[in-house]
Write a protein that binds this ligand. Sequence first.
Ligand code: ADP
Ligand code: ADP
Length: 234
Amino acid sequence: GAAIRLRDLVRRFRVRGSVTAALDGVSLDVAPGEIFGIVGRSGAGKSTLIRCVNLLERPDSGSVEVLGRDMLALDDAALREARRGIGMVFQHFNLLSSRTVAENIAFPLEVAGISRAEREARVREVLPLVGLEGKRDSYPAQLSGGQKQRVGIARALASRPKILLCDEATSALDPEITAEILALIRSLRDRLDLTVLLITHEMSVVKQICDRVAVMQSGRVEEQGRVFDVFTRP
Ligand code: ADP
Ligand code: ADP
């Protein structure tokens, strides 16, 4: 079955009496091991959609299945457990400036109550995956943008997720570093058998890395398919 299965998702926001449907009936299947992109302009609903996968955002209606689990049916403890299997990478990295690289990577594990010894083992496991062995005691301010995002990726990997959600993960980076981070994400997908769902406003990102793509506009999926089929039609 699908790694991520979304059906008929609706999410409305009411702002000063007027209602916006950020999601207006979205259905998608992301297959295990694929890199699936959601592309669209600002306001299309991409961020709301990706946040529905780990229920950072709750849909008003519709269903969210991740690795065969009905996410909306889980109690709090089961949801926390399910979220550990879903890593997330952010546009602005979300690093804590007063903590080192190793401490940033370990932070969500610490919050989850994982022992110091296990946190240390996980940090040693993920640093080489992102090529930052030499930076474990550096602070975020001492790192380049690309290195900061490698820390963000390492933090996401530290809980050994099967799914990686990337929220405009390269939008704050210049094109050369973007290409480098996308190549890293692809190689991690291959090595760790990850399923990747990413959102971006940049077509070039989709063309560089995605297997399939959905184009969103006004809370709806306008079309979806293999990148080649969606973007090479006249
Ligand atoms: P995108 O990620 O494609 O830019 P979003 O999912 O952020 O799109 O937003 C989709 C629509 O929903 C926009 O019109 C946005 O203003 C609205 N929206 C998103 N989040 C909220 C919120 N918390 N409160 C009110 N409106 C929101
Ligand atoms: P934003 O509003 O910038 O999108 P969030 O609300 O997603 O930020 O996150 C707030 C803070 O929580 C971040 O600064 C980050 O340190 C932490 N955080 C959120 N999600 C994660 C995560 N998956 N792993 C580690 N830290 C996280």
